[in-house]
Design a protein around this ligand. Structure first.
Ligand SMILES: [Zn+2]
Length: 59
């Protein structure tokens, strides 16, 4: 059975983990109606637009 030749240093292990565990920026897209930044698959908080029509009333 193959066995690693050398022990991985704590620093190497931790730096690999940190690269994989880093938080990704939250997804966002632009509203097709007003151009404001919004979360995908949600109604636009700025104008109430969703899937080509006004879905909710925004004061
Ligand atoms: Zn909008």
């Amino acid at each position: 059975m193959p066995v690693p030749k050398r022990k991985l240093t704590r620093s190497r292990t931790r730096s690999r983990k940190s690269a994989n565990m880093a938080l990704a920026a939250p997804a966002h897209s632009l509203c097709a109606n007003c151009g404001a930044s919004r979360t995908p698959h949600t109604v636009c908080a700025n104008c109430g637009w969703y899937r080509g029509r006004v879905a909710i009333d925004v004061e």
